[in-house]
Design a protein around this ligand. Structure first.
Ligand code: PEP
Ligand code: MN
Length: 262
């Protein structure tokens, strides 16, 4: 099936790739606002924060849910940044839209589940905001494309893909193996589909963010989504891979973009 796409136009500076930044999780109003203010001050245009968090094991922080949505709205009102969050159920979609979310993304665990994806796609009928679909946790390109086809069939045309790496038992270097050949093949199959790199979940640790961002640019990715927290060591989820807005700004200043995106 062919995807029927409309251009995904997201704000960025000087023809640089767009960057979505913000904490893994929206932990408190203070943490969300402080991180957002610092990011906005560094020129970031799109904020991310997880409101509903899929956790591997029970008992961890599973997100503040609806309580966090007014904080996100405040980010938009105060800083002018666009706001984005992960949705995994029809109820999440409804609530995210109610609070004025500008961009939705689908997490890797949801993309891997066709029933969940279909329910999500049905709930997206009639929405006109961009939806970004992360690759499934397993290296299955067809499952990734299938998830996007479901959403596209529901009428969502502003689509993008997020490459966040693939789960593996061997975690020597990466938290999730990049297997770059898979997003490259996705680009070959669907040239008009923007592809965004998530170095945070690929790398799993701070030191890998800069080289992964550069690698993504060298490979012609259209944008980046990077986890950034005002106090990364104290983050309630994914602490090791988050960087301060200051460090993120420094990393981005070092990135060389050789050509305009593909
Ligand atoms: C996230 O972006 O914080 C997240 C949970 O990502 P993924 O679905 O890629 O694991
Ligand atoms: Mn995370």
């Amino acid at each position: 099936m062919e995807l029927i796409l409309e251009p995904l136009i997201l704000p960025s500076d000087n023809k640089r790739p767009f960057v979505i930044a913000g904490p893994c999780s929206a932990e408190s109003e203070k943490q969300v606002m402080e991180t957002a203010r610092q990011l906005a001050q560094k020129g970031c245009h799109i904020f991310r924060a997880g409101v509903w968090k899929p956790r591997t094991k029970p008992g961890g922080f599973e997100g503040n849910g609806e309580t966090a949505l007014p904080w996100m709205k405040k980010v938009k009102e105060e800083t002018g940044m666009l706001i984005s969050t992960e949705v995994a159920t029809p109820e999440h979609v409804e609530l995210a839209m109610k609070y004025g979310m500008d961009i939705l993304w689908v997490g890797a665990r949801t993309t891997a589940n066709p029933f969940a994806m279909q329910a999500l796609a049905d709930a997206m009928k009639g929405i006109d905001i961009p939806v970004l679909v992360k690759n499934p946790v397993n290296p299955d390109l067809e499952l990734w494309i299938g998830a996007m086809e479901r959403i596209n069939q529901a009428g969502v045309k502003k689509l993008g893909a997020i490459h966040r790496g693939f789960s593996s038992y061997d975690k020597k270097i990466y938290r999730n193996l990049p297997m770059w050949q898979i997003p490259i093949e996705l680009h070959r199959r669907i040239p008009d589909l923007p592809i965004i790199c998530d170095p945070s979940h690929i790398g799993g640790r701070r030191e890998l963010i800069a080289p992964l961002c550069q690698q993504a640019m060298d490979l012609g990715f259209d944008g980046l989504i990077v986890e950034s927290h005002n106090d990364p060591d104290k983050a309630w989820s994914d602490a090791k891979q988050q960087v301060t807005p200051d460090v993120l700004d420094y990393i981005l200043s070092l990135i060389v973009v050789r050509s305009e995106t593909h």
